[in-house]
Design a protein around this ligand. Structure first.
Ligand code: SAH
Ligand code: SF4
Length: 369
């Protein structure tokens, strides 16, 4: 079988070239063609020796996952569906916002972590995406979106906030992140690449060592009791450990801050007492709070907090000294908003069958005030 060169970062490609008896500068040339220029055809790589082009044509490919659909929202948000084989498909969302163009990338087909309010989690888990499938989303979206009149790429930022938990797919994630930062590939600055995690503590430490990009942590609850129910991985890595891991992370990126994401669920985590507990929880972590109005999906069992309550919650946090933003809901007319990405997942975890008793519904009514 031919090797998919999108699976390699610069180091991996250099090693593979060395195994074929090729020099490191050749690897760099090909990397630049593939990622900087978005070229998938070896024959078009004009400054690469003809003999090497032929050799690559025999041994290798440049194969991102093929596009199944490409939908445009009224607000300019664009959602791509990519075929990752065997009946699975993943979603990638482009969100234009003024000067900035953010691509929201998936890391897994489905997600094993089963957060109560998340459509991806509801679908169960099939498998980790390969490095080629992760970086291929950026490759494909760059092809589709191109450059602005000044010659700058339309995609200026990447967030790993699509389907899946990126830090449980660590080994495939890191080469993809390195390509995003590599000047011969996408050349994004460290702060324009964000990994969002539900709080996989040991992998946060590994990320700090391997590739300390911007970190967003999905908090969603200020106490272990509530977070255990909403974000079940909390039972393994409770809040005290998570906060300590955030502080350790920032030692590798001293001028940075953690972005805490907090989904606003009506009557569940949005009371005044929750805001006060939240202020107390994050007091020792340099951070910003990003409130996300809950985005509904069929039978979610939750409702979005009303806008005036979100404003009240935000103002309590601001009075307490936090920097707070409320995420605008984008692309919900094409089911592209946060937490709505479902793609197509052949569930191997049999979650849907196991969850015959709708836990989320009893949870929502159980803790409602
Ligand atoms: N698995 C990672 C990244 C993907 S989810 C994580 O959990 O952080 C990206 C963000 O969307 C997370 O903060 C997640 O909690 C949030 N989210 C999930 N479902 C949502 C929903 N229905 N409405 C709003 N945000 C949601
Ligand atoms: Fe997985 Fe993130 Fe959804 Fe939780 S919120 S189920 S970790 S994708």
């Amino acid at each position: 079988m031919r090797v998919n060169l999108l699976d390699f970062d610069a180091e991996g490609l250099t090693d593979w070239f060395a195994q074929q008896g090729e020099k490191p500068f050749r690897a760099r040339q090909v990397l630049r063609w593939m990622h900087h220029f978005g070229e998938g055809d070896f024959n078009a790589m004009s400054d690469v020796a003809k003999s090497l082009r032929a050799k690559l044509g025999d041994m290798a490919t440049v194969s991102p996952a093929p596009t199944l659909s490409d939908k445009l929202s009224e607000d300019g948000t664009r959602k791509f569906l990519f075929d990752v084989g065997n009946g699975n498909a993943i979603e990638t969302v482009f969100i234009p916002e003024g000067e900035r163009g953010t691509l929201c990338i998936s890391s897994q087909a489905g997600c094993a972590l089963d957060c109560a309010f998340c459509s991806t989690g509801r679908q169960g888990f099939n498998r980790n995406l390969t490095t080629a499938e992760i970086i291929g989303q950026l490759w494909q979206a760059n092809q589709a979106l191109g450059h602005d009149p000044q010659g700058e790429r339309i995609i200026s930022n990447v967030v790993m906030m699509g389907m899946g938990e990126p830090l449980t797919n660590f080994d495939n994630l890191i080469p993809a992140l390195r390509l995003m930062l590599d000047d011969n590939a996408y050349g994004l600055s460290r702060r324009r690449v964000t990994v969002s995690t539900s709080g996989i503590v040991p992998a946060m430490d590994r990320l700090a060592e391997a590739c300390p990009v911007a970190l967003a942590v999905s908090l969603h609850a200020p106490t272990d009791g509530l977070r255990d129910k909403l974000v079940p991985i909390n039972r393994k890595y409770p809040l005290a450990e998570l906060m300590a891991a955030c502080q350790r992370y920032l030692r590798h990126a001293p001028r940075d801050f953690i972005t805490f994401e907090y989904v606003m669920l009506d009557g569940v985590n949005d009371g005044d007492a929750d805001a006060r507990a939240l202020l107390h929880l994050v007091r020792d972590v340099p951070c910003k709070l990003n409130l996300i109005p809950f985005n509904a999906f069929p039978n979610s069992g939750f409702r979005r907090t009303p806008a005036d309550r979100i404003r009240r919650f935000a103002s309590l946090l601001i009075e307490g000294g936090l920097v707070v933003t409320t995420r605008k809901t984008r692309g919900d007319d094409i089911d592209a908003a946060c937490g709505q990405l479902a793609g197509q997942v052949l569930d191997k975890s049999r979650r849907v069958q196991r969850a015959a008793i709708p836990i989320h519904i009893s949870l929502a009514s159980g803790v409602a005030r």
